[in-house]
Design a protein. Structure first.
Length: 634
């Protein structure tokens, strides 16, 4: 097989292998990229789901706390309610236990009582005077009863009637009578048949009778407000209290009634008719946005506005980062994750909604980024691995090609000297008698072929060692003149005889260099060999050694065929020959100069050629003039 054919076949085998390598990298990379995308989007969903699941867990925990909180409230109602009196109502409302209460004794509608006055003669006199529309008589009759020893309520009712008649005729007299009967003293406790506190009603009447600018106005407002705010001292039905509060607020808007809202809520609730207790937990009432919470025994019912329930529950539902937990009343739509709020808030829901969707997206993005980076890492590693694999593959390919080239060169180059030697031996043996002159001549020719063969084999071996990095250089102190002398000796031995003017010129006093003398000799012999081979006819070859700018230069000059400028770089490549026909004739295989270059490089030097086609060539080897101490023995 020719060397070109061998190279072509090597290329042919490397193409599918390269293709396979490309596919082996591209296909898995594409798969990894696809997988990364899939994994990243799946992870984003998973991240959202796991966050949602975490919120659900938190919601369940919060639900238990909310439930516990309201159970506690229901239990504490029982304890705080006491006897269920108006004073208990006032205290609990002011303590903020609920927006309002319905207790056992408060608020309740006044219950009519049997009239203790009907059997009294003086009472009848008043009634008759009233029926006759006799104001004077009525005033007189009622004044008698008011001042009698009758029971407090009877006296107060009579005083009320007297004041009513006085107000028709003389407002000032009526005001005086109100002050006299009801500003202080026992009659201030008197109640009418519906249980209403007469003194309080009379204070309102006083306010209505006088001008707002009246100096007494403020005093009466304060007195009446004091009565209305005094749940311990003044007993009156809640309906009357609320009515009077409303009136006073109308007359003197700035007046403070801390329990007003609670009274109003309780009244609305009772009006709604759903005071019936029962059930547990917060229950809706007929009043919009109002909830009742009955105590266990049913003796107390606390009333809560929706806003109060939300505010109380919100203190428990402290939000997390980027999430808001909220309680939602029944029939209100929830957003995000939601669960039932538990037995104490039937119908209510607890929900977790993302306040900052960016927060969740960020978490998902962070996960995605970590997956992408992992993917990039894998791709990067794959790229590096494939690069290394490619390099090693290329190296293998190169070696395979070299092997092929070498085998082709060896078989080809060995064939010529061997066959010419066989020819010479055969022709000698064909003679019956050995002619001394002819025999000597043939033996000399055979010796030449032998030398050529040896040289070839040496070059092959050196090349093979260099290629396999097996060439060991033994550095030592070498005098350039000695190397030159050895090379000249070899050359004279190889090319004796006429037709070759071989000059040696060594500069005096050259310093010793660190070099492997055998390797250096191989390099110089190769150069001299080429000079000899590629100089037809009269040969003038010169081997020099001199110093140039701190370097030691070995130079081989010939007057041979020369080398074209564009070939001068290529000739150092392995197996490269400018003219393969000529090379075959001269017995070369294209390895000599590549061996020279490898040896010179190993010495830290360089080799250069200057040549002109038809005029000869000069090969210069530059070696460092200093010492190479690292490998060389001193
Ligand atoms: P070869 O064994 O063919 O001589 P080399 O590597 O020694 O291989 O040389 C490579 C080629 O360089 C040669 O084939 C030849 O064409 C060219 N060459 C080398 N030395 C010289 C020279 N002194 N003069 C002209 N051509 C040369």
């Amino acid at each position: 097989m020719s060397r070109g054919a061998a190279r072509r076949s090597a290329c042919a085998t490397s193409l599918p292998a390269l293709l396979f390598l490309g596919l082996g990298v591209i296909a898995p990379t594409a798969c990894v990229v696809w997988f990364m995308n899939e994994a990243a989007s799946a992870q984003a969903d998973a991240a959202r789901q796991s966050i949602a699941e975490a919120y659900r867990g938190q919601l369940r925990f919060l639900r238990d706390r909310v439930d516990f909180y309201w159970k506690n409230r229901a239990a504490s109602l029982e304890l705080s309610a006491g006897k269920g009196s108006a004073a208990d109502f006032e205290r609990d409302v002011k303590a903020g236990l609920a927006d309002s209460f319905v207790l056992a004794k408060y608020p309740t509608a006044g219950v009519p009582i049997a009239d203790p006055a009907v059997d009294r003669a003086d009472w009848r006199a008043g009634t008759i005077a009233e029926e006759r529309h006799n104001a004077q008589a009525a005033i007189g009759a009622w004044a008698v009863v008011a001042k009698s020893d009758a029971n407090l309520s009877v006296k107060a009712r009579a005083a009320q009637a007297e004041i009513r008649w006085l107000a028709r005729t003389d407002k000032e007299a009526a005001l005086r009578a109100i002050g006299e009967y009801f500003d202080r003293g026992p009659m201030t406790k008197g109640a009418d048949q519906q249980g209403r506190l007469i003194a309080a009603d009379e204070q309102l009447l006083a306010l209505r009778l006088m001008q707002p600018r009246d100096t007494r106005h403020g005093v009466i407002v304060r007195r009446l407000a004091g009565m209305l705010n005094d749940y311990q001292g003044t007993a009156m039905p809640s309906a009357q209290r609320l009515f009077l509060m409303d009136e006073v607020r109308g007359i003197a808007p700035g007046t403070a009634f801390p329990t007003y809202e609670a009274e109003r809520l309780a009244a609305e609730f009772l009006e709604g008719g759903d005071a019936r207790s029962g059930g547990s937990g917060l229950q809706p009432t007929s009043v919009p946005e109002l909830w009742k919470l009955p105590s266990k025994s049913g003796r107390v019912t606390a009333l809560y506005r929706t806003s109060t329930v939300l505010a109380a529950t919100e203190t428990i539902l402290a939000g997390g980062k980027g999430v808001r937990f909220a309680a939602t009343p029944p029939s209100v739509r929830t957003f995000g994750e939601a669960i039932a709020a538990g037995a104490m808030l039937p119908g209510w829901q607890l929900s977790a909604s993302i306040v900052d969707p960016e927060f969740m997206e960020q978490a998902a993005r962070r996960r995605m980024a970590s997956y992408l980076w992992a993917g990039y890492l894998v791709i990067g590693m794959m790229a590096i691995t494939s690069l290394l694999a490619g390099q090693s593959f290329r190296k293998q390919m190169r070696l395979a090609r070299l092997k092929t080239d070498l085998v082709a060169a060896v078989s080809h180059e060995l064939k010529t000297p061997l066959s010419s030697m066989r020819l010479l031996v055969d022709s000698l043996l064909a003679d019956e008698v050995f002619e001394a002159k002819k025999t000597r001549e043939y033996l000399q020719l055979m010796s030449g072929e032998n030398t050529r063969l040896t040289r070839l084999v040496e070059n092959f071996l050196t090349f093979s060692r260099i290629e396999r990095n097996r060439q060991r250089f033994e550095f030592q102190r070498v005098r350039p003149g000695d190397v030159v002398a050895s090379a000249a000796g070899v050359m004279r031995e190889r090319f004796p005889g006429a037709g070759c003017d071989f000059q040696v010129d060594v500069e005096d006093g050259l310093p010793a260099i660190n070099a492997d003398p055998d390797a250096l000799l191989t390099a110089l012999v190769n150069l001299l060999d080429n000079a000899y081979k590629y100089t037809p006819g009269e040969k003038r070859i010169c081997l020099r050694a001199f110093r140039d700018r701190g370097q030691i230069v070995f130079e081989v000059e010939d007057n041979g065929i020369g080398i074209a400028a564009r070939e001068q770089k290529r000739i150092f490549r392995r197996f490269y020959q400018v003219d393969s026909r000529l090379a075959r004739e001269t017995g070369g295989c294209g390895l000599g100069l590549s061996i020279v270059e490898s040896i010179v490089r190993a010495h830290g030097g360089s080799v250069r050629v200057t040549s002109r086609l038809g005029s000869g060539s000069t090969f210069s080897v530059f070696l460092p003039g200093g010492t190479r101490s690292e490998k060389a023995p001193a």
